[in-house]
Design a protein around this ligand. Sequence first.
Ligand SMILES: [Zn+2]
Length: 121
Amino acid sequence: MASMMKQRVVGVIENMSYLVCPHCGDDHHIDVFGAGGGATVAATLSNRFGYDVPVLGQVPIDVRLRAGGDTGRPIVLAEPDAPAAAALTSIAQQLTAKGRGLAGLQLGLTPAGHRPAAEVV
Ligand SMILES: [Zn+2]
């Protein structure tokens, strides 16, 4: 989709990446859906677009994240030390550090003197 819309892909975010072990805490991640999917997608996109598409983060499964969304109190505010909150904050910091340029955006402009192919007789 990004390719079709001429949008630059900033990165990959692996959502529901793992479950923090309820016994060991953040030192033990349970790969509920396997591991390495985000890295594979990032490598595929980097290869396809010809520029680096990094994995920006891995957000673990956390019931508090969903609950916070339902109640309107995001986990990053309610429990900023939770692993999911820390992952989201890190991703947000990476995105805000990048700034926002017009590179890669389609502006819908036609240069003066250029006629679209459909109008060429
Ligand atoms: Zn464990």
